[in-house]
Write a protein that binds this ligand. Sequence first.
Ligand SMILES: Cc1ncc(COP(=O)(O)O)c(C=O)c1O
Length: 490
Amino acid sequence: MHPDNQNRSNQSDTLPFLEAKEVVAKLLHKHLEKSQRRSHKVLQQESPELIADILKLETVFDHGFQNLFELESFIDNYLKHTNRLNNPRYMGHQVAVPQDLSGIPDWIHGTINNPSSLYEMGPAGATLEAFMINWMLNKLGWFKGTNLCDFNTHQKNGSGVLTHGGSIANLTALSAARAAIAPEAWTEGNPSDLVVMGPVTAHYSIARALSIMGMGKNAFVPVAVDENEVIITAHLEKVFQKVKSQNKRVMAVVANACATSTGLFDPLEEMAVFCEKYGLWFHVDGAHGAVALLSENEKIKVSGIERADSIIWDAHKMLQVPALCTAVLFKDQHHQWNNFRQKGSYVFHEDDVIGMDSMPYTVECTKSALGTKLFWSFALKGEDAITQFVENSFNKAKELYHYLNSLEDFYCPYPPESNILCFQFKPNELSDQDQLVIRYQLIESGAFYITSCEVKGKRYLRTVLMNPQTNREDYIALAEAITKIGTELQ
Ligand SMILES: Cc1ncc(COP(=O)(O)O)c(C=O)c1O
């Protein structure tokens, strides 16, 4: 035996590596196969106590898996108590339905643990992140390199980093906006005159970021939205003048691309013109909808996005990447460099290479190999297929909209612009609470998983069409199931 291999079993845990992986692979394969069957429940809700009991949590915790059989039994039971996003009747939250092999990077990362925020701690992961950031910057026209493998810091280049989720990404972008208008805030704390303007429907992570930054959530000054919760750009001027008359300074103007509730896009071009007129930082929350950039047909919806100063873009929503993976992107790379004004002698070096050592530019210190997960989505089937997935998802919402509108008892308030659609069943006869009851009963039945939200104070059912397998047959079955539940409520 080669001396390097002699101690192999001592290094590993009690379970043999290849056999354990095979057990997991087989169970996942079975899980996917079952989940994709419409006849299978999307979600079977049980109490946490029952799940803990079925999984024998205390025993496993105390003694660990004793053999492959225990591992198998645990994973089998674990998978039985999950929300099956792969079921075509999953139409719930804005969480990617991964491709079958999307989990490979998480497996590799979990095996080698190379946090990619320091190049030397994960050179391959850091390189993939830099490559994917270049790809995103290129979509925005913010990349000045010769090809996506050009990792040099070109003048006038944009820049970006991957973070663990849109909420941290929004915090990162707003922090950079503050560094631009009030660089002294880093050491001395916030000046009291800074505010952020944006649609009243901005994602809650914006107000949360302002609170975390010590500005208080009241630093968010809402701008009115129309009946479908799209910002009324004519009100920007009015709100801005009022803010100025109170001797406040606007740190940033935030846009939804698209809104979490309705999936509708704020008019970015008009907002960009306004921000440019007054020299204001323009932040686009493109967590869900920045992906429209991929499609020649859909990119009109984010027209003007390239005029923003900062953008966030969740890959774990519409790029089929398992959670979490978000990009925060800056048109001017200096804004990224100037964001966090700290030194950490054990990790930050004077000659930081942007895009490689991402640690100085992220809220996180250690982070996982996010670029690898993102790259993988494309590696599995190529960019054209991802673009097609985005277009198909957007088209599915249009199809569902037309179908529901053809039925007398359904009301959809607006034609969808993304893959999110809100609607009500018999809004004149059923209350807001009834709409919620419809959702609960639908989920309880296991036949569908949908969400709900409020639009202008009224309760709607909400579908987010994330699953490539969802089709007309599912829309018909959904409408029938809702009609049955809703009719019994009357
Ligand atoms: C517009 C918008 N911004 C930010 C977020 C937060 O993203 P994350 O869930 O990745 O933290 C969401 C989540 O749905 C969103 O819709």
